[in-house]
Ligand binder design. Structure first.
Ligand code: NIG
Ligand code: FE
Length: 429
């Protein structure tokens, strides 16, 4: 068989192979590394993998060859929680927080999510698209090959549809897969601040059905939190979304333990995200209903807090854990899944292998894409990254620069960095 692309001699070929379902408990620590590994690709699929000597013998004349000597080869990162479409960044709020204001104080005094609304409403779709392209290209450089992207900075029917059409265009025009989530319940827009029921009715009677009809979003998300959508309001909105055929994800228990994880269980969400304040009862609800806990440590880090999610207790309880950047202009301006791996290890005591499982296969299941991406197995999509590093532990150990050298999506090389050869002219090699 003629192989289109072959990667050989990987010091460690990290397959993350295993059961065809989200990995739990001790499975999260098993990433199945093949030393001196090779992988053979035809079109967009992995057709074989194993020790280099074996693969080279089976397929002697690949069309294209990547020598990964002294490097790590692993599945591309899946980032299952981002907000990449917005006009301006909000580093002014970062400084306000450093001077003592809290995220909630800034939000309730007119900043926060509401301050991003105007930018999205006033800016042309083309301009917002270009800004998002620039941000997502950085994520690709950092090794992300599948991404979830949310609306939620429009908060009117028209501007939420505008955002979701931008996300659809990003998926069509960028080389990675982008999964769309409707987040109309991200905040109450100012014009409804004294008529919360009015906004909920708009969500239920107009936005959700209209967006479904246009087929613009696979998931419906909500910010369930004391200062935004209460448990009762969230239940109403999510029940309607479910009836209409959306899959559900939630911002749950980010700041206050108001029972977001339990509601995720009741509603059978696919994923409950943040979970910094989740109680034992919440953890049990996640476990019993097979819900993936998507943890976002860069948000806690960036907010200067210490309320990291209890990853160890969740893993012990059997909750499958995924990791994401939560890339957004307010609480987490992080575009690097490598940095997320570092935070997961240092701040939530996950092992380097657990962090890899959480940012590949479990993240893929959190987007209902676990059968296609997230691990290197025969028949799956060839979404692969080559990292200039000696071992998989180095991924979370190294801080501050990207080690990603080559990014392959659907069997095609979409990015090639050569960090080790990239010295500016004139510097000694
Ligand atoms: O996930 N929690 C709600 N949404 C974002 C914050 C968005 C913003 O502040 O603009 C989050 O942290
Ligand atoms: Fe978020």
């Amino acid at each position: 068989m003629k192989v289109d692309l072959m990667i050989i001699k990987a010091k460690e070929l990290v397959t993350v192979s295993g059961a065809s379902r989200p990995r739990t408990g001790s499975e999260m620590d098993e990433i199945n590394v093949i030393p001196d590994g090779a992988i053979a690709i035809v079109e967009d699929r992995i057709i074989d993998l194993g020790p280099t000597a074996e693969i080279v013998q089976k397929y002697p004349h690949p069309h294209k060859l990547i020598n990964a000597e002294n490097k790590v080869v692993m599945p591309g990162f899946v980032d299952p929680h981002t907000h990449p479409v917005f006009k301006e960044t909000r580093e002014n709020e970062f400084e306000m927080r450093l001077k003592g204001k809290s995220y909630v104080e800034i939000s309730t005094s007119g900043g926060g999510i509401r301050s991003s609304i105007q930018g999205v409403r006033e800016t042309s779709a083309d301009r917002l698209f270009q800004l998002a392209v620039k941000r997502i290209k950085k994520m690709i450089l950092n090794g992300t090959t599948t991404l979830e992207a949310k609306s939620g900075y429009g908060l009117s029917t028209e501007s939420e549809i505008k955002m979701l059409k931008i996300i659809r265009r990003l998926n069509e025009e960028l080389p990675i897969d982008i999964v769309a989530t409707f987040l109309g319940a991200h905040e109450f827009p100012v014009e409804y601040k004294d008529d919360k029921n009015g906004y909920i009715n708009l969500l239920i009677n107009e936005m959700l059905p209209e967006i479904k009809k246009l087929n613009l979003a696979e998931y419906c998300d909500i910010f369930t939190e004391e200062h935004v959508f209460t448990i009762e309001q969230s239940r109403r909105i999510l029940k309607r979304a479910k009836e209409l055929g959306y899959k559900i994800r939630m911002h749950a228990d980010e700041i206050q333990p108001i029972g977001g994880a339990s509601l995720a269980g009741e509603i059978r969400a696919v994923s409950a995200d943040h979970l910094g304040a989740t109680s034992d009862k919440g953890i049990t609800a996640l476990k019993e209903n097979g819900i993936i806990g998507t943890l976002l440590p860069a948000t806690i880090f960036s907010l200067g807090l210490n309320t990291y999610a209890r990853a160890r207790d969740m893993i012990t309880a059997g909750v499958p854990i995924a990791l994401a950047t939560d890339f957004n202009p307010g609480s987490s301006n992080c575009d690097s899944m490598q940095f997320i791996n570092t935070l997961a290890c240092l701040k939530m005591r996950m092992t380097p292998a657990e962090a890899i499982t959480a940012s590949t296969i479990n993240a893929a299941y959190s987007l209902d894409r676990g059968d296609e991406v997230g691990s290197l197995e025969i028949g799956k999509k060839a979404d692969i990254i080559v990292l200039d590093m000696p071992s998989y532990q180095y991924l979370s150990y190294h801080i501050g620069s990207s080690s990603v050298e080559t990014v392959i999506k659907n069997g095609k090389i979409i990015k090639k960095n050569k960090p080790s050869e990239n010295y500016p002219e004139g510097l000694p090699k």
